[in-house]
Design a protein around this ligand. Structure first.
Ligand code: RIB
Length: 291
């Protein structure tokens, strides 16, 4: 079973011909609300790929919270509905070339704390892998990593949105999956191979720098390509990658197979619009024939 501790958002998505400049009012095209949040996306991604998953997180007791919960296809019993917080939202522009900008208002995600850590303690008894990201408070991530280490459960961390990671977190991670921009922000090195070595030196056991259409780089030395697809919307590609990686690791796959699974799921997510609606199923990945 895979446990995801993380954010739950409703994404407010506008299609635009190109990304807006600062200060510019840009005429957009369609508007949609879809289920999002890196934690929720990863949990739905795991479920679609056929593995058992538990999502631990928080939404507000409001209309958006009800929408976020309704969008999830998974067990919601470990999600707190908080009457004092509003549900997290993400304002997303997606351009015709598939590029995007995302701005979040964390709301209830920022109130994730002791209650979720208690739920995590119990869930870890059954967990094969813990997935975390950085849309919840850093002290909670820090404590979650420590709890997982104590329980001998491997932790995969997607350091997004990027923020400095305490040394204890880095040393407690089995896997980290930054994109190249995040890897540079974490280490100061623009070269993904150099950044990977810095993260390995900091104690992370496996470093994957995701490279979009170019696949990913493992531990600064093994390049894994991505399948060629027509990308229309790259939102949640990283979440799809993380979900597939975790599913493979929980299933005992070799590293290269797990990384190809991640690249396949990430690429497929780019071929459909939206966050959760774009996440591939196991059948989608099988049909692609890349893993
Ligand atoms: O990774 C994509 C996600 O980032 C979106 O669904 C949005 O909610 C933000 O959390």
């Amino acid at each position: 079973m895979i446990v995801v501790l993380g954010s739950i958002n409703v994404d407010l998505v506008v299609r635009v011909p190109r990304l807006p400049l600062a200060g510019e009012t840009l005429r957009g095209d369609t508007f949609e609300t879809v289920g999002g949040g890196k934690g929720a996306n990863q949990a739905v991604g795991v479920h679609r790929l056929g593995a058992d998953v538990r999502l631990i997180g928080r939404v507000g007791d409001d209309e958006l919270g009800r929408r976020a919960l309704a969008a999830l296809e998974i067990d919601t019993s470990l999600i707190t509905v908080d009457p004092d917080e509003s549900t997290g939202v993400a304002l997303i522009c997606v351009a015709d070339d598939g590029a995007n900008t995302i701005v979040t208002a964390g709301g209830a995600n920022h109130a994730v704390g002791a209650r979720e850590l208690d739920a995590l303690k119990s869930a870890l008894y059954e967990a094969d892998v813990l997935l975390v990201q950085l849309e919840i408070p850093m002290p909670v991530v820090e404590e979650a990593v420590a709890l997982a280490r104590n329980a001998s459960v491997p932790v995969v961390c997607d350091p997004a949105p990027v923020a400095p990671l305490p040394a204890s977190v880095l040393a407690g991670l089995d896997w980290i999956t930054p994109n190249a921009v995040e890897a540079e922000a974490l280490t100061g090195y623009a070269d993904p191979a150099r950044a990977s070595r810095a993260l390995l030196d900091a104690g992370v056991r496996n470093v994957v720098v995701t490279l979009g259409a170019d696949g990913c780089l493992y531990n600064g030395e093994l390049h894994v390509p991505a399948p060629k697809v027509e990308a229309i919307d790259t939102v949640a590609c990283g979440d799809a990658f993380d979900a597939a990686l975790a599913v493979s690791l929980a299933g005992g796959s070799f590293v290269t197979e797990a990384l190809r699974h991640g690249c396949a799921a990430g690429a497929l997510a780019a071929t459909k619009p939206g966050a959760q609606p774009s996440l591939p199923t196991r059948a989608d990945v099988d049909r692609l024939g890349f893993v």
